[in-house]
Design a protein around this ligand. Structure first.
Ligand code: G3P
Ligand code: CA
Length: 254
């Protein structure tokens, strides 16, 4: 994930989630059609050990159902509608999203997988994610730049577990504190990139150069307005995560 002075690459945050229900196949397909360079998703474990793409602890906000993801089985969670009344959508499993990413032949797209609730399962989420990437043959890329997957977390422990088990896989240590990201945490866990919020980037724009000096790329989230996209371009941010991949690509092309 080397910094690219031509401008950041665009990651569709939860898919093209401003236009379509987040974490649905339709949201990701639209993002790909709109030219996204990467896809972002959050993953959680179901009670019976399946990786599903859900942001919140519960499915209450994003489906017709209710309940805590980690306390329900895949079958129970799959009962709900994750789309709209007019356009229903199924619960998205990580495996389906990896398959979509790899099947997209128009250009090589990267999948940015963010592990959630790493503490509760004591590292099980990361080992399951790695097993899934191994199953698809993408857990040991020749270099970080050529990897089709990136694993991210707000948990330094989660990033460390990934680095230990899959040293070639790029990782992003997410955070809102420039002091934390710019300090020893990213070095200690061997993160290949730091992931500040756009608010943190505004307050500490030097975070990008500091990361680059340490050989790290910068992934910034969630970058939804034009002036923030321009700021990322000026600072040399490598990746911007946005809910509007199509218009962000157009802004960057102009
Ligand atoms: O891409 C990183 C960003 O998604 C982190 O925040 O809450 O949207 O998962 P959140
Ligand atoms: Ca996320």
């Amino acid at each position: 994930m080397s910094p690219d002075r031509r401008g950041p690459l665009v990651v569709a945050h939860r898919g093209a989630s401003a236009a379509m229900p987040e974490h649905t196949l339709a949201a990701y397909e639209l993002a790909l059609e709109e030219g996204a360079d990467g896809l972002e998703c959050d993953v959680r474990l179901t009670r019976d050990g399946h990786l599903v793409c859900v942001h919140d602890r519960t499915v209450d906000r994003t489906s017709t159902g209710t309940g805590v993801v980690s306390e329900m089985t895949l079958e129970e969670l799959a009962e709900f509608n994750y789309g709209t009344e007019d356009e229903p959508a199924e619960l998205l499993e990580l495996s389906a999203l990896i398959a979509l990413t790899l099947d997209w032949s128009a250009r090589p797209v990267k999948l940015f997988i963010e592990t959630k609730h790493p503490v509760r399962f004591g590292g099980l989420v990361e080992s399951k994610v790695l097993a899934e990437l191994q199953r698809f043959g993408i857990a040991a890329p020749p270099s970080a730049d050529h990897s089709r997957a990136v694993v991210m977390s707000f948990s330094a422990g989660a990033v460390w577990r990934i680095r230990r088990s899959a040293p070639m896989l790029p990782t992003v240590l997410l955070g809102e504190s420039a002091r934390y990201l710019g300090g020893g945490a990213a070095t200690t866990v061997g993160a290949t990139a730091v992931g500040p919020s756009v608010k943190t980037l505004h307050e500490h724009p030097d975070i990008v150069d500091k990361a680059a000096a340490a050989g790290r790329a910068t992934y910034c989230w969630t970058v939804d307005n034009r002036s923030d996209v321009e700021l990322c371009r000026e600072l040399g941010v490598s990746w911007v995560a946005t809910n509007h991949p199509g218009r962000t690509k157009k802004w960057l092309a102009s």
